[in-house]
Design a protein around this ligand. Structure first.
Ligand code: GDP
Length: 511
């Protein structure tokens, strides 16, 4: 097609500069080799160190994946309650991802959990529930990332919640986990005493945040073969605080802002069902434009974010004006004179231009509700749009308005994921504060979004929005600021790269 293929994308190979492993099956996951044609931005190439970590990870994954003898050994140790393999015996250790919360939350906890697995030599397996069965492709070559849930010795895997008996905090309280001294060393002979698995509750409830992100407990955790991760957070920023990980992270991500961007593009590719939705919609509505702007409208789940729709709509327009007219301005009246004269002088009336005058914008609205789409569409129908002095053609599109979040339903989740990817093909993004749905779109897109601020206490925020300092997601619930026994990394270096989030003063983000 003539349209929608930006010059930048043409220079990028389908494996994203070596980020993706070569030789994987194309038909079972069409998006993997096609996504590069849709993304508009490629701001960061993966570092050589990240590439070598990923290739080494892939071969580890092949040796330890379900179906291998090493996996069978690890499962039988878990079944018999044994903590670690005998000394000298080859063994694998695992991080099992469990679903928690909405799709954006899940994608961020996957990226964070996978990063932790990379840092600690663990194998990352996903316990994918039926509501997400075909959302994502297998990410690793020649081995599955799916945990065989039915045969897993821990029962009721999807129903354990934030505070089961085997959570890190409970196990520490019961002295089931050896506690390291200030030097980080464990007491001798602690191997035999580690539990067969530890449940890490690293969600907004904060259950295990403090002990997990204290470096001293990482030594003991390294001896545990099975970690079960229950989290809805992007916790990569907190991993930078653990002294043992800091250097490795810097080498993997010399540009910290690229952390989630590269992890998400590496790990997550929509399955064929979702990719069908994405490409059909993009081809029909978004590809013909010269410029695509994604607008994601989300009311915070916190509940006090609700303001009348008219106020919210005005906030969006005020934000656009503040940020250099991300959404094209309109003339006061409905006069299309400027547009018509411009069309004849610049396009020469050639229908080959698609009648778009070289200045067309597609606005993609993602929201559970239709009202902002309706208002924006009417705006550009009733008024002529201009960008600079030139007339602009503006199309407004919204794939769905599901009205309610229905995370337990596969059909609903497919559409939600399709919209996350459609947003990620934007040239520019306006997202909603506190929304992981928006964070993931911006990270995938490689765009620093303009973030609409939350209407705390039902008050329309002023300013209406802020331009993000980085494309990184906010860690909305960082660990409480309690002194750990193990020394933190160089605080000064950390504060240079960790900032309070634009949309949440209790959150931190990398930049
Ligand atoms: P967050 O709650 O904004 O942080 O984002 P999550 O993705 O974690 O959870 C919100 C869920 O609500 C999504 O996963 C969808 O199921 C649904 N949802 C929210 N906004 C949209 C939207 O714009 N489009 C669609 N299709 N679903 C949405």
């Amino acid at each position: 097609p003539r349209h929608g293929k930006p010059a930048a994308a043409a220079d990028v190979d389908e494996l994203l500069g070596g980020l993706l492993a070569p030789g994987m099956d194309r038909r079972s996951c069409r998006s993997r080799h096609q996504l590069h044609r849709y993304f508009k931005h490629f701001p960061y190439a993966p570092s050589p160190h990240l590439l070598s970590k990923l290739r080494a990870y892939e071969s580890l994954h092949r040796r330890c994946a379900p179906g291998t003898p090493l996996y069978a050994d690890a499962i039988s140790r878990l079944r018999s309650g044994l903590g670690a393999a005998a000394a000298g015996e080859e063994s694998c250790s695992y991080m099992v991802w469990l679903p928690f919360d909405g799709l954006g939350n899940r994608m961020l906890s996957m990226a964070s959990g996978f990063l932790y697995a990379l840092l600690t030599g663990r194998v990352f397996l996903a316990a994918v529930p039926p509501d997400s069965a075909d959302l994502f492709c297998e990410p690793f070559p020649n081995a599955t990332w799916l945990l065989p849930v039915e045969d897993f010795p821990v029962a009721n895997l999807f129903g354990l919640g934030p505070r089961p008996d085997h959570s890190l905090t409970r196990l520490l309280a019961k002295n089931k986990i050896p506690v390291a001294g200030a030097d980080g060393d464990l007491p001798a002979a602690s191997n035999a005493t580690v539990p067969a698995y530890v449940y890490l509750s690293l969600g907004w409830q904060k259950t295990d945040l403090r002990p997990f992100f204290c470096g001293e407990n990482q030594r003991a955790l390294a001896k545990v073969s099975w970690l079960l991760l229950y989290s809805d957070l992007y916790f990569a920023p907190s991993l930078y605080k653990i002294a043992g990980f800091h250097g490795e992270l810097r080498r993997m991500f010399p540009e910290r802002e690229a952390t989630a961007h590269l992890l998400l593009r590496y790990l997550l590719h929509p399955g064929n069902a979702v990719w069908g939705l994405v490409t059909r919609y993009y081809g029909a509505y978004l590809a013909p434009a010269n410029r695509r702007v994604g607008v994601q409208i989300r009311m915070s789940a916190a509940g006090d974010d609700h303001v009348p729709a008219g106020d919210k709509y005005n906030q969006i327009l005020a934000c656009s004006r503040q940020e250099n007219n991300i959404l094209p301005e309109t003339t006061a009246d409905g006069d299309a004179g400027a547009g018509a004269s411009n069309l004849t002088t610049t396009s020469g009336g050639s229908s080959d231009d698609g009648g778009d005058n070289g200045n067309s914008t597609a606005i993609l609205v993602a929201s559970l509700f239709a009202e902002y789409y309706e208002r924006l569409r009417s705006r550009y129908y009733e008024h002529a749009a201009v960008t600079g002095a030139a007339a602009a053609w503006v199309g407004v599109f919204q794939p769905t308005h599901e009205e309610v979040q229905a995370t337990g339903k596969l059909e609903h989740n497919r559409k939600a994921l399709a919209e996350i990817y459609l947003l990620s093909f934007s040239d520019e993004l306006v997202t909603s504060g506190l929304s992981t749905f928006g964070y993931v779109s911006a990270g995938l897109a490689g765009v620093r979004p303009t973030i609409l601020l939350t209407a705390f206490g039902h008050k329309v925020p002023e300013p209406p929005c802020r331009r993000a300092v980085s494309m990184e997601p906010c860690n909305l619930t960082p660990p409480p600021d309690v002194k750990c026994r193990a020394k933190f990394v160089d605080e000064e270096d950390l504060t240079r790269h960790l900032k309070i989030c634009e949309d949440w003063t209790k959150g931190v983000k990398l930049y």
